[in-house]
Every structure is written in structure tokens, then in C-alpha cells.
Design a protein around this ligand. Structure first.
Ligand SMILES: [Zn+2]
Ligand SMILES: [Zn+2]
Length: 380
């Protein structure tokens, strides 16, 4: 149509545009998808000596190479099949783009940022054999055209597993690094945790090496004392692997670490939602102040199928229950209490005088002390 080609020639007569920007700006007017080829068709064949600069993009499309080579270098350290690309551009690019669009009343076309990102993504896809997507990409690429830099971040991954603890004096959790309080600093090698042996530390180090990641956050299904053993099938846990460079590495089902062995290890596509309920079979060694008789110990049977109330915690905490009770006299002033109970009960508070009701010390009318407790099994 006459008026359409009029607008196009008016734009091209007044402004020097590159083939990319031409294709984009006129796409709506001529009713074709924006492309370099569309632009070429409407631009008069520029002679090679013609070094006119594009009004909008200052020929940025000819200078994608430095940014691209940065991206290729950095992304070569990452396993990824999909990526999302964001770009940072000097505001003047968008200002010129908007000015020209408003001057010629052009609406509903891609902006210059979108155009550059599209071209860049095409090249990244081709070179790295990956796809651009906004839907949960493996890798986030942020390219900055102000200084030709780029930052890459891999999507987190999740691992499920169980651990058995065979030695005492090994805490479950690692303390936070005292210098940075968990943020990550030079003192802690950017792991955010103290440099002491713990189950958390051992599992974290394993995954940090395996997946070449920055940090590991572990979600425990219950916890135990430093002196407790964890037997049976082991305690389940979920690990969130932050910024893993090597997400495709094979993870074997089992792994033996120092004093800890891992089993049922598997990568998960997503983190399980909400809290996971579990029951545990625990064996508690109890010392009593006064001597204790078997007849007195029989009273412990009333704990069976009893709800445990902890008045020290807020009342909205979930109801916990003991399902099975067994006991064995060890000596004059000691016995073993075997329980099968909901996870999350504080066994020390159950045995020793506390705000937990019922309470073993009260029940036996004898001051009891929880010497140690071991987990025989944990059921999810
Ligand atoms: Zn241009
Ligand atoms: Zn630190």
C-alpha cells in the first residue's frame, strides 16, 4: 500500500538504520516478522565503503563477538541444555528506539533490547547446542553490554538420600562460619560454614566436589544428638545444591564417608513441598537418681498411644504421639526405654524434668537423666 511504503521510505530517508533495526522497525508496517533479511530487502544495497552508523543501535550487531566469547568461555564450565538470557544495555539505546517509534507512531514491535537478545540467543543456541527458554532454564545468562561482561548462574538441583551414623561425637549440623555468619567469605572458602567435622560438612563437601557447586543447603528429616547413633535404614535428608556447574554428573546410590554412610542417593527434579512427617524407633539409655524396680518400670506402658504435649513450645505445634513402648532394666539405677514415636519429640525433655507432658521422671517419681539415645530406624 502507498501510505505504508511512504512511512518506510520516510524513516529510511531520515535515519540511518542497520538491517537488523530496519527489519524490526518496519516489521509491523509491512506485516512481516522482523528479521535481518527483511531489513536488507528494504535497505538500498549499501556499498562496502559505506560506514554509516545505525541511529538506534550504533551497529551493536556487528560487535556481539566480545560478549559472546565471554559467554562461551564461562558457559563451557557448565552442564546445561536450556538457558535464559537477560541483557543490560545503556539506556540511550532504548531512548533512541522509543523516540523513533513514537515519531513514526509505530506500536507493538520488539524493542531494541529484545532484538539484541534474540540475535545473541540464536548464536548461543547454535554454538552450545542448547535451547533458550523462560521455563525453568538450567542456566541464567546475564550479558552486560556496558562493559561486555556476563554472569552465569545455574538453577539449583536437589538430592535425596539417607545417612547412617556409626560413630558418636559427630554433630549433625555444621555451625555457621563465625566471620561471615553463613554468607560466605575467604575464611570459610565461601562455603558459609565452620571448618569442623559434622555430618552436614561431610555431605556438603561430597556434593560440592561432585557437582562443582558453591554451596549445599540440607533439609533434615529430624535430628539427633551429637552422641547418638543412627542405625537401620538411616535418616532421610534433602540437599539443595546451589549453582551446580556439573549437574549431569552421575550420582551413585551409596557412598561411605568418615563415620557416616549414605544410601538411596538420587537426584530430584524438584524440592519436595511442605514438611515431611516421619516416625522413629529410638533406644534411650536412662539413669535414675533412686533405684528403680521392674514394677515401677511397668508404669511406662501408659505412654503407649499417648499424645505428647510440649508446653514450652507454642500451642500450634503439631500433635506428636508415642505408639509403642518397650523397656529393659540395666542395673539398679538404669534402664533402656525403646520407643516408636512421631518425629520431632524431644527425648531429653520427655525423660528429664521439663514442660513435656507426660514426663518419665514425673511418671516414675524418680529423677531421670537421658544418658544417650540411638535411632534404630526412621520411617517416612
Ligand atoms: Zn541498528
Ligand atoms: Zn565465612
Amino acid at each position: 500500500m502507498k501510505s505504508q511504503s511512504d512511512t518506510v521510505s520516510k524513516i529510511l530517508k531520515n535515519y540511518d538504520l542497520c538491517e537488523y533495526c530496519t527489519g524490526r522497525i518496519i516489521s509491523k508496517i509491512v506485516g512481516k516478522p522482523p528479521s535481518k533479511f527483511l531489513g536488507e530487502k528494504f535497505l538500498k544495497k549499501p556499498s562496502k565503503s559505506d560506514h554509516k552508523k545505525c541511529y538506534i543501535c550504533k551497529n551493536i550487531f556487528d560487535y556481539l563477538e566480545p560478549v559472546l566469547s565471554n559467554i562461551f568461555e564461562k558457559s563451557s564450565h557448565f552442564d546445561f541444555k536450556t538457558f535464559h538470557l537477560g541483557i543490560t544495555l545503556k539506556p540511550s539505546f532504548l531512548e533512541r528506539d522509543d523516540y523513533l517509534k513514537s515519531k513514526f507512531k509505530i506500536k507493538g514491535i520488539e524493542n531494541i533490547k529484545f532484538g539484541i537478545a534474540k540475535e545473541l540467543a540464536k548464536k548461543i543456541s547454535r554454538r552450545t547446542n542448547s535451547k533458550r527458554t523462560t521455563d525453568d532454564p538450567d542456566l541464567l545468562i546475564q550479558a552486560n553490554f556496558k562493559d561486555e561482561s556476563c554472569t552465569l548462574r545455574a538453577k539449583p538441583m536437589f538430592v535425596y538420600g539417607r545417612y547412617n551414623k556409626k560413630i558418636r561425637r559427630l554433630p549433625q549440623k555444621q555451625g555457621l562460619c563465625r566471620s561471615c555468619n553463613g554468607i560466605g567469605c575467604h575464611n570459610c572458602n565461601f562455603k558459609g560454614i565452620e571448618n569442623l567435622q559434622s555430618i552436614e560438612g561431610e555431605i556438603s563437601n561430597l556434593f560440592i566436589k561432585k557437582f562443582d557447586c558453591n554451596q549445599v543447603k540440607i533439609n533434615w528429616i529430624g535430628g539427633e544428638d551429637q552422641s547418638s547413633l543412627v542405625l537401620g535404614n538411616g535418616r532421610p535428608f534433602f540437599a539443595k545444591i546451589l549453582n551446580p556447574k556439573r549437574r549431569n554428573r552421575i550420582l551413585r546410590k551409596t557412598c561411605d564417608l568418615e563415620g557416616v554412610s549414605l544410601s538411596e542417593l538420587q537426584k530430584l527434579p524438584l524440592q519436595p513441598k511442605g514438611s515431611i512427617s516421619f516416625k522413629s524407633h529410638v533406644s534411650i539409655t536412662v539413669d535414675t537418681k533412686k533405684s528403680i524396680s521392674l514394677t515401677q518400670l511397668k508404669k511406662l506402658k501408659i505412654l503407649e498411644n499417648t499424645e505428647i504435649k510440649d508446653f514450652s513450645r507454642n500451642k500450634r505445634s503439631l500433635k506428636k504421639k508415642i505408639y509403642k513402648v518397650g523397656y529393659k532394666k540395666l542395673g539398679k539405677t538404669s534402664f533402656i526405654l525403646d520407643l516408636f514415636a512421631d518425629g520431632g519429640i524431644s527425648f531429653k525433655s520427655l525423660i528429664q524434668e521439663s514442660d513435656v507432658v507426660p514426663n518419665v521422671s514425673e511418671l516414675l517419681e524418680n529423677q531421670c537423666e537421658c544418658k544417650k539415645f540411638d535411632f534404630k530406624n526412621i520411617v517416612v
